[in-house]
Design a protein around this ligand. Structure first.
Ligand code: ADE
Length: 229
């Protein structure tokens, strides 16, 4: 079974609507909808916004549904000149940009205990995702995706995340899902369609584009599940 996690309703509803032989249960306030997508077994959940909700959901999918891989779908802000709004960022690795024990001499983003900054995503899932995104007519970049419990909306913070971690996109859940997968030995990939430039200002595109970007990301997830599930 493959687990699919999105933070917001708009990031999961079109996939949930496509499931057949649906079953649903609520655990700790999150609804898990399992069934078949293109004939493949999946469980889909809207986890809520932020790293803690994402981790709760990922661990539940692993322990209760025994998922063999987790896909995080949704929208993100771009940190790279190579990708703009409605293009795709696919994770080769994820980082937690707000994890900071640098006062103790650690590198920014170091996750104590597992002692790494970058959590590697599944190479084969990332390659498949980018290939299928391109086949669907999208521009796609593979690279590091940075997560933190903040909506990034100013150039200074955006540039700091890009320059410190070499990240191509920012969002709020992927690295928490990656963290859970890492300690659980489960493959994962983060798939994000760009909804904004993460730099604020008068030309904030997010409200206009979030719906379109979220649906595009789910369309790509469907193609990936069809190929790998
Ligand atoms: N999700 C979409 N855009 C984002 C941004 N700019 N910061 C954090 N999460 C996001």
């Amino acid at each position: 079974m493959i687990g699919i996690i999105g933070a917001m309703r708009v990031e999961t509803e079109s996939l949930k609507a496509k499931l057949t032989n649906k079953k649903s249960e609520v655990i700790c306030g999150v609804e898990y909808v399992s069934g078949e997508l293109s004939g493949k077994s999946v469980v889909v959940a809207q986890c809520g916004i932020g790293k803690v909700f994402a981790a709760i959901c990922a661990q539940t999918m692993i322990l209760r549904y025994g998922v063999s891989a987790l896909i995080n779908t949704g929208v993100a802000g771009t940190l790279s000149e190579k990708i703009g709004v409605l293009d795709f960022a696919i994770s080769t690795a994820v980082v937690q940009h707000d994890m900071d024990t640098s006062a103790l001499g650690d590198l920014p983003g170091l996750i104590s205990g597992i002692n790494i900054v970058e959590i590697p995503a599944s190479k084969s899932l990332s390659e498949t995702a980018c290939r299928l995104a391109t086949l669907q007519g999208n521009k796609c970049a593979e690279g590091i995706i940075a997560s933190g419990d903040q909506f990034i909306n100013n150039a200074e913070k955006k540039n700091w995340i890009r320059d410190t971690f070499g990240a191509i996109a920012c969002e709020m859940e992927g690295a928490a899902i990656g963290h859970v997968c890492y300690v659980s030995g489960v493959d994962f990939v983060v798939i994000r369609c760009i909804s904004d430039n993460a730099s604020g200002g008068a030309d904030m595109e997010y409200p206009e584009l979030v719906g379109i970007a979220a649906v595009r990301s789910q369309k790509l997830v469907e193609a990936i599940v069809r190929e790998i599930g």
